[in-house]
Design a protein around this ligand. Structure first.
Ligand code: ADP
Length: 478
């Protein structure tokens, strides 16, 4: 039961997908377009043809009436009417304006009769009085057939006008119109067939590459970063493929980075914990009674606990900054003084020997969160202590862009291809360097703080020639 309902659902999904597919939409658009154009053409044709035919009929009726009236009163009159009605399905009637019928087709032909139409003598007289001696009327007979009637005065006897009426029904018009519609329907069928062919061709040539791209994207989603997107003859699809290829490279990089991070993280947390446990056990079993050894072991425990807590604190700080959970508390302060003070403070805490140089313009004021800028400076100076050479240098200068702050050293520097990665969380150039307390988040915190302050920032480095981190603050002007 369950299986059949799943089948039903997947069938419905397939239908839904097909209905939303480009191919189906393409067919629909073309179909709509063709039908729309044909309908407009049919309407235009009907209106145009109808008017044209009506005008033709009127013109012919007038000509016939003129020919017949030319023989009026002569012996040729009857035969001219007969010839007309037999060949062209016209009906003719001659009558006086008092309503007396003088002659009509009923008297001359067995087949063609004056139609049963409602047209009074008063009406005819009124038409004649308001025209130049001729008129047209349109009437529907008892069988619902439309007739066009032409009337004109042909003679006058004792002041009484004699009128000739010639009429023809519009059945031939309708017939012709039907034929034309038939031709149009035939054209419609051909155009539709053509349209289906064009759709099929277009969808084949457009959709095939799109389907191939989708296929590859599916493989990518399944974690296969070796896929490559096919190139095609369409520029747009080529662009898409190239962009996706770039994305695949990025994904592969991120995946690698993620693996490295997990490896580094587990190493960073596991090593101090293992050491703490091992040394605690050693105190318990071996060195507990020996104060000198016990102190040595306790020192290791304390330094490993420090490492661990530094790692956890830095990670928490970064998480808070990234989650915007540490809103900036901005004040106006002199950046030069803060840099000078932080350099001195870091020098006091420095366990190794470095030369500290500070060139700070102490007149430059900025509007920023002093605590966070200090944290940024501490991270940068601490990095120079760990990875730099023997000189650590800080500068605060006024430049055209604003107030430029630089922290640098004369150490090994950073390879050009790693300059982008160092800002990434948990990234370290030498992840297994044991002698430095390193969590790989120092520069991520620096980056986060710089971006929260909307500072321009960057790093310049040549391998073997030291490194220089720079930041530009807008100057605070009172
Ligand atoms: P860490 O906790 O490892 O110092 P950071 O995010 O502060 O993490 O730095 C990332 C990496 O950038 C460091 O592991 C180091 O390899 C490199 N780095 C940072 N500062 C310097 C520097 N002044 N000189 C050379 N390399 C540096």
């Amino acid at each position: 039961m369950q299986g059949s309902s799943e089948k039903e659902e997947s069938k419905r999904k397939n239908i839904r997908n097909a209905r939303n597919g480009m191919q189906f939409r393409l067919y629909l658009i073309f179909l709509g377009l063709v039908i729309g154009i044909m309908v407009v053409m049919v309407i235009v044709q009907i209106i145009y043809t109808k008017n044209q035919m009506r005008e033709n009929t009127k013109y012919q009726l007038q000509n016939i009436a003129r020919n017949i009236s030319a023989t009026y009163g002569t012996n040729a009159y009857d035969s001219s009417i007969r010839a007309t009605i037999n060949s062209n399905q016209y009906v003719v009637r001659t009558m006086t304006e008092k309503g007396d019928i003088l002659l009509d087709t009923n008297k001359l032909s067995l087949y063609i009769h004056w139609p049963d139409i409602d047209i009074s003598i008063a009406e005819i007289r009124q038409e004649l009085d308001h025209s130049d001696g001729y008129f047209y009327l349109e009437r529907v007979d008892s069988e619902d057939i439309t007739w066009i009637i032409y009337g004109q005065v042909v003679a006058r006897w004792d002041g009484t006008r004699e009128i000739l009426l010639v009429a023809q029904n519009t059945l031939s018009e309708v017939q012709r119109m039907r034929e034309q519609i038939k031709i149009m329907l035939f054209v419609l069928v051909i155009v539709l067939a053509l349209c289906f062919f064009v759709c099929w061709f277009l969808s084949k040539s457009y959709l095939r590459p799109i389907r191939r791209i989708t296929e590859n994207a599916r493989e990518l989603a399944a974690g296969d970063y070796s896929v490559h997107f096919p190139k095609d003859s369409y520029t747009e699809l080529n662009d898409l493929s190239e962009t996706l290829d770039l994305a695949v490279d990025q994904f592969a990089n991120y995946e690698q980075l993620r693996r490295d991070m997990i490896a580094n993280l587990s190493h960073d947390m596991r090593t101090p914990l293992t050491m703490i446990k091992a040394y605690a056990e050693m105190i318990q079993t071996i060195s507990g009674e020996n104060p000198q050894k016990r102190d040595q072991h306790l020192d290791v425990i304390i330094s490993q606990a420090d490492k661990l807590s530094e790692f956890v604190n830095a990670s928490l700080d970064l998480a808070k900054l990234q989650a915007n959970a540490m809103p900036l508390d901005r004040t106006v302060f002199t950046l030069g003084r803060l840099v000078k003070y932080t350099m001195e403070e870091m020098q006091l805490l420095d366990k190794t020997i470095h030369v500290y140089r500070t060139h700070a313009d102490e007149n430059c004021k900025v509007y920023a969160d002093v605590k966070r800028i200090k944290q940024m400076l501490q991270n940068l100076i601490s990095n120079s202590q760990k990875y730099g050479g023997d000189v650590i240098e800080a500068r605060v200068t006024r430049s055209r862009e604003g107030i430029r702050m630089e922290i640098g050293d004369n150490g090994e520097g950073i390879p050009k291809d790693k300059l982008h990665d160092i800002w990434t969380k948990y990234y370290r150039i030498n992840p297994y360097q044991e002698d430095t307390a390193s969590a790989g988040v120092g520069l991520s915190i620096v980056k986060e703080i710089a971006e929260l302050h909307q500072l321009k920032y960057g790093v310049e480095s040549d391998e073997g020639a030291g490194v220089r981190f720079w930041f530009v603050f807008p100057e605070y002007v009172e």
